[in-house]
Design a protein around this ligand. Structure first.
Ligand code: MTE
Ligand code: HPA
Ligand code: MOS
Length: 768
């Protein structure tokens, strides 16, 4: 089944926040952001801005009737700056005007004086100064300190990953509408409608039941709207609260890039110990997470870094410590993988370092240490592993030996191009790491004409969750999918939702839809049995008809629905699902936090132009553990999208803040993302089909985030190609591996016999 949104998407007819027809009297907002990263506000003068044409009012912290607080995990984040500013772009005032242009023009007239304070942008510096967001966390397995003496080889190093701009196509935004008695309806481009509702209630000082948050769909979220959509909705709601008029704010791209947080950059230390037969006996890592100015989701992201610090490998002795470091940057936040990719990059770097020092293939170490069923993760859960299956299937299906021979051939005959290879296994835990968040609800109505309306807590953001919800309802009722409609996500229809995140949206909400539909189905069948005077057990509803003892009757779906209604039996149901058996004890750092894990292996081949440092990816070939996919078209799309997003993070997406905490890569001219020319020439995706457990809907497996981490293979394939050209090169484990870095690494030591003299001089000329 195709994504139900594709028809309106390709015609430009899908409704996003900025497409909602505006009501008469709608006003437009624009935030004024601090011009400096850290300092004390000594004066704030909005009089000139307020006198600008079309300006209705300018709001500052003193206009907040409730609490000036929107921190999700830690209450450390004001809605509007008060006293101090903590990052460049931090909202200080909210201008509301008759048009978006008038609001934007007035923003430039706000006057502020700030006494500058020292700016920290580096997480290690923050740690040294004691600037931690939360207490450090540590996961321990076995006894690392004792294990070092048993290791034949020990290597140490540093690994760093940069931030990543979410670059959802639809920027952040909200549209608040006043209703009677101080109530509001707020459209928000958010992954977390309840988070928005809760914080608006805190800011306005009203109960949550006053505020409806309604979401039709997002033009992408990727984690960037799990927490950070709240701010904009609170600003609009604040203005609506005072002015009793609708207020809309849809951010400009450059405002969005400047004011919102990104993937958390990390700087980490590793130490790895191996035996002669390449078993990893010990692994120690210290992660420094750049959290930015406030906690936001960083403490939860930090936790997932620890959960995934050993990726797809079993290591008997592990000590991993993680520091969430406060800096003067916009608060960094959730981004596809949620800290997992950052943790995995470090273990992959440690393995690459060991392989380099030992002069062997990285893959030999990887393969020797893959997780097996029954192996223990550092957090105590036992693996039900597909790691070896995925790796072996990738090796055989894609004929790894042939790929290797091809690369060796190419590299021995080609002078200015080199190919590189990497294998990237992935193991990703599914469930919110915060156990209580693993719950969802669905509200299903069967209307008297036989059509079905479904509401859930799931937010559609391009990942296809609405299509999957529709499939669940259609399948349980055995009716044509065109009879089912998925309604918008509203906090008045579905309360207390977890954000659509952690790749678990279809799992959680799908189960709730299944439960609600099953309950209604049971009532329908009971009614049919009454009518046919038989046992309910003999009744089936199949292909829109009632079947008795395996034979079709003449009672149609519509007829049965109407008849059930006439008999005053409810055709509606609200169901609640909570993932069974997940738990975690934060005091011991042990438990069973994940319902299950998703596995996979990617083979990446790259060709580097050794004159220019540029590169193209020949192919990425993936064996992915889909479970029993509910929708192979959507799931394939998730893998392709996740992969390319991960490759972008590893290769070209480079966020640059200067020492003053000002974003220099603040537009798409300076921040490069993958386009159609940079995607691999070939992407092969094969399924490892498993049906072992049923912890996700219909024995499928979550697919949203895990594929992003295949992109890490791009970094190591590039490193392999560089070393094929310059064996003495040892490029830093510092992502992204931009063409500049590749070029420097290619010539990081005198080029030996690799090139003829004439070519060496050509290269020298090219380098100027
Ligand atoms: N795919 C699209 N097209 N757009 C998105 O914003 N977000 C990703 C992933 N795939 C995203 C996406 C992230 S970060 C997550 S957690 C999951 O989708 C969330 O949806 P799911 O739980 O339904 O997989
Ligand atoms: N993943 C994504 N979002 C989250 C999580 C998680 O594990 N925990 C809290 N928010
Ligand atoms: Mo995804 S980072 O869990 O929104």
């Amino acid at each position: 089944m195709k994504n139900i949104d594709s028809f309106t998407h390709v015609r430009g007819k899908s409704i996003y926040l900025d497409d909602i027809p505006v009501l008469q009297g709608t006003l437009y907002g624009a935030a004024y952001g601090s011009p400096v990263a850290h300092g004390k506000i000594t004066s704030l003068d909005v009089s000139e801005a307020e006198a600008m044409p079309g300006v209705v009012r300018i709001f500052t912290a003193k206009d907040i009737p409730g609490e000036n607080q929107i921190g999700g995990i830690v209450p450390d984040e004001p809605l509007l700056a008060e006293g101090h500013v903590h990052f460049n772009g931090m909202p200080v005032a909210f201008v509301v005007a008759e048009s978006a242009e008038a609001a934007q023009a007035a923003v430039h007239k706000v006057k502020i004086e700030i006494e500058p304070l020292p700016v920290i942008t580096d997480p290690r510096e923050a740690r040294a100064k004691g600037e931690l967001i939360v207490k450090p966390r540590q996961f321990v397995l076995g006894d690392v300190d004792a294990a070092w003496s048993q290791c034949d080889y020990i290597f140490e190093g540093i690994a760093e990953t940069g931030g990543q701009e979410h670059l959802y196509i639809e920027t952040q935004g909200a549209y608040s509408i006043p209703l009677e008695n101080n109530r509001q309806k707020v459209y928000s481009s958010t992954q977390g409608p309840t988070a928005v509702q809760r914080h608006m209630a805190v800011v306005l000082g009203v109960p949550m039941h006053q505020l409806e948050v309604d979401v039709t769909r997002l033009g992408g979220g990727f984690g960037g709207k799990e927490d950070q959509a709240t701010l904009w909705a609170c600003l609009c709601a604040l203005a609506t609260h005072h002015l009793k008029r609708p207020v809309k704010y849809s951010l400009h791209r450059m405002e969005d890039m400047r004011m919102t947080g990104k993937r958390n950059p990390y700087s980490s230390d590793f130490k790895i110990g191996l035996s002669k037969d390449l078993k990893i006996l010990a692994y120690e890592a210290e992660f420094h997470q750049n959290a930015g100015a406030s906690a936001d989701l960083s403490p939860a992201v930090l936790e997932r870094t620890l959960f995934h610090c050993t990726n797809s490998y079993f290591i008997p002795n592990v000590k991993a410590t993680a520091f969430s470091c406060r800096t003067h940057l916009p608060s960094n936040t959730a981004f596809r993988g949620f800290g997992g990719p950052q943790g995995m990059f470090v273990i992959e770097s440690a393995i690459a370092k060991a392989a380099e020092e030992l002069g062997i293939d990285k893959a030999d170490i990887q393969k020797a240490n893959l997780l097996r069923t029954g192996d223990e993760f550092p957090y105590g859960q036992k693996a039900v592993s597909e790691a070896v299956e995925c790796w072996s299937k990738a090796e055989s299906l894609y004929e790894l030996d042939k790929i290797k021979c091809g690369i060796a051939d190419f590299n021995s005959t080609n002078k200015l191009f080199r190919k590189g290879l990497s294998l990237m296994p992935v193991c990703f835990g599914i469930s919110f790491t915060k156990t209580l968040m693993n719950q969802a609800r669905a509200l299903v109505h069967v209307y008297t004409d036989g059509s079905v309306g479904v509401s859930t807590g799931a937010v559609e953001m391009g990942q296809g969750v609405n299509t999957k919800m529709l499939q669940v309802a259609a399948q349980v009722f055995s009716i044509n999918p065109n009879k089912v409609k998925i309604h918008s996500t509203s906090t008045f229809r579905i309360a207390n939702t977890s954000p659509s995140a952690a790749s678990a949206t279809a799992d959680l909400n799908g189960k709730a839809v299944q439960m609600a539909c099953t309950e209604i189905l049971q009532r329908l069948k009971t009614r049919a049995a009454e009518r046919l005077q038989c046992e309910v057990g003999n009744i089936e509803i199949k292909n829109e008809f009632v079947w008795l003892n395996g034979a079709q009757t003449d009672i149609s779906w519509e007829n049965l629905v109407l008849d059930t209604y006439f008999n005053r039996i409810s055709l509606s149901e609200h169901a609640h699902y909570a993932t069974p058996d997940v738990h975690f004890d934060g005091t011991k750092e042990k438990g069973h936090p994940f319902a299950y894990h998703v596995y996979g292996t990617a083979i990446t081949v790259v060709t580097v132009d050794c004159l220019r440092g540029t590169y193209e990816f020949d192919a990425v070939k993936i064996v992915h553990d889909f479970g029993s996919s509910m929708n192979p078209i959507i799931d394939r799309g998730q893998i392709e999208g996740g992969l390319v997003q991960g490759m972008g993070w590893m290769t070209m997406e480079e966020i640059v803040y200067d020492g003053e905490g000002r974003l220099r890569s603040n537009a798409l001219s300076t921040y490069k993302v993958p386009d159609i020319y940079s995607v691999p020439k070939e992407i092969a995706i094969d399924y490892l089909q498993t049906e072992k457990d049923n912890l996700a809907i219909f024995r499928s497996k979550a697919v949203g985030e895990p594929p992003l981490m295949y992109g890490i293979g791009a970094f190591f394939a590039l490193r392999d190609a560089i070393k094929a050209f310059n064996p003495s090169a040892s490029p830093a484990f510092s992502a992204p591996m931009t063409p500049e870095k590749v070029l420097l690494a290619l010539y990081s030591k005198p080029v030996k016999e690799t090139l003829h003299e004439e070519e060496v001089s050509r290269v020298a000329i090219d380098k100027g």
